[in-house]
Structures are given as C-alpha cells and as structure tokens.
Write a protein of this length. Structure first.
Length: 288
C-alpha cells in the first residue's frame, strides 16, 4: 500500500482524498501534527507522541478529537495499510470557515492520518554519517512561534534546509538568536565529549523530541552521563561525536559541520551504541 489516507475517520486512497482549499491548515499552516513509526508493525511511543500532540494543540488552542477515538483511528489505519513497517503522520487543523486570519471563525477541526511504508534510512548513511550546515537563518525564539509546538508551519526549518541543500549539505543545524545550538530541521542534536553526552536544554526553544527523551533516559540507565545545557558551535570542533536523533532517524552520526570535520570525520561508536539501545528498547516495548 503506497499511501493510505484517513480523513475524519473515513479511509481513502490519496487520489480520492479531498480537503477543502479553505482549510486553515492549507491557508495558514494553522495545524498541529505528529509523526510516529512502527516496530514489528506496532506504533512505538504512541503515548508520548499523543501527549506532545495535546500539548501542541493546547498551546494553539486547536481542538483535538477524542483521544480514544484518535488512537483507534491510528491503529485501524496502520492495520488497513498492511505495511511491514509504517510511517504514520497525524494532522489536526483548525478546520475551515471564511477566509480570515481570525481563528474564532473556524467551523471545527479536521483530522487527517497518512500512513505509508516506513522507509529505512540506508545503512550506508549510518556507516558514512551526514554533513550538516549551520545556516544564516536562526531558530525562531520561544517568544515568537515556540519551537516546542509541533505545528504545521515548518517554514523556519524549510528555509534552513533550503540553505543547507544549496550549500551541498544533508541537513542544517540551527542556532538561536544568541548563537546557541538548537536542533536540526527535524531532529534533535547530541554531542559526546569526554565520556559525557550533552544536548541543548529545552528552555532555549527546541522541540522536545520523543527520541531525545529516550536517549537521555536510556543512556543514563546504561551508565552514561547526560547533561542538558547551552552548547555553542565551537564546542563541536573538539567533540568526539555529534549525532542527530528523531523518530525516523533513530540516532544518525554527524561527521561534518560546515567546513569542519567532527573528530576523525568518521562515525564513532557512541552513535552506534545509542542506536542499538533505542532499537532494542523499541523491540522490547512493542513485544510487551
Ligand atoms: N526537532 C524537530 C524540529 C522535529 O521536527 C523533530 C521530529 O520531527 C524532532 C526534533 C525529533 O523529534 P522526535 O524524536 O519526537 O521524532
């Protein structure tokens, strides 16, 4: 099944799927979303993703459908898609209404679930690592559109990625307005230095990644020290390893930042170890 769509509880193929051009998600990016994936066909960390979904929606005052109903729709859409492993995107927009910015005029929210085959990042990418660019564009400050809100407006990340791709890099690592490292365009970042893991603190304005939380918790359980703090890009130049974390990437080694290589310019053992820890945990959870 290439892509299965669920619109407000009705399953359809993408070519039959219809969403109004007056929908505020389309007009203004006035929506929230989550991306989850399955391991052994079962959604992983669904609770954590739905908790974050609720936090994002609450910050924007977007009404979500009933959580039990939503969970059932997620499960049934994944099941109907019948993939070995699924990628599942859950979107709730503020809905339609007259063409006006005024959110109080919306006629009610719209729920869309998209399920497709989960495409693994190729092994060679984990073996070679990726190159990230530090773009001119800065991560929007929490006092503007807080990056902790996973909204349908990803233009900040899109502009950063555009800069990175044009400069020949795989991804962008955005700084905040004070020059601190925040996150990549759709992943959090960790640095490993002198036997300790470091990751930017939530207060500076980043998405609280589900994988970031898992890495912090599981790494600590495996005896590694982790600190959430301010990180400046210069600190990466002396780091042993740098890695990105996300639901889809798990733990991806970064081997180059701008012109500078990270350590030897080859992925290190820590990124590999953390990825194995995440995968083992995921398999254990879905089998439980
Ligand atoms: N940061 C941003 C901006 C993201 O969009 C994402 C995922 O989409 C992440 C971090 C990683 O979050 P998670 O681990 O929950 O997938």
């Amino acid at each position: 099944m290439p892509l299965l769509v669920n619109i407000d509880g009705t399953l359809c193929r993408p070519e039959e799927a219809v969403v109004s051009v007056l929908d505020r998600g389309f007009l203004y990016g006035d929506s929230v979303y989550e991306v989850i994936r399955t391991y052994k066909g079962k959604p992983f960390t669904l609770k954590e993703h739905l908790d974050r979904f609720e936090r994002s929606a609450a910050r924007l005052d977007i009404r979500l459908p009933d959580r039990d109903w939503l969970e059932k729709q997620i499960h049934s859409t994944i099941e109907a898609a019948g993939n070995d492993e699924s990628y599942c995107r859950i979107i709730v927009t503020r809905g339609g209404g007259p063409i006006t910015l005024d959110p109080t005029k919306s006629t009610g929210s719209l729920t869309v679930i998209l399920v497709k085959e989960y495409e693994h990042f190729p092994d060679w990418m984990y073996a070679a690592g990726i190159k990230v660019h530090i773009p001119m564009i800065r991560r929007n400050p929490p006092a503007a559109l807080d990056p902790a809100i996973k909204s349908g407006n990803y233009l900040n990340s899109i502009l950063a990625l555009l800069e990175a791709r044009r400069a020949g890099f795989d991804d962008a690592l955005m700084l905040d307005v004070l020059g601190r490292v925040t996150e990549a365009t759709s992943a959090n970042v960790f640095m490993y230095h002198q036997k300790k893991l470091y990751t930017p603190a939530l207060r500076i304005g980043i998405l609280e990644g589900v994988t970031r939380r898992l890495v912090i918790d599981l790494a600590s359980r495996h005896g590694f020290e982790v600190e959430e703090c301010d990180i400046f890009p210069e600190q990466f130049w002396t780091a042993r390893e740098v890695m990105l974390t996300s639901t889809l990437k798990e733990v991806m080694p970064v081997v180059q930042i701008g012109d500078a290589r990270v350590n030897t310019g080859k992925p290190g053992p820590m990124a590999k170890k953390l990825r194995e820890i995440i995968q083992a945990y995921a398999h254990q959870q879905v089998n439980a």
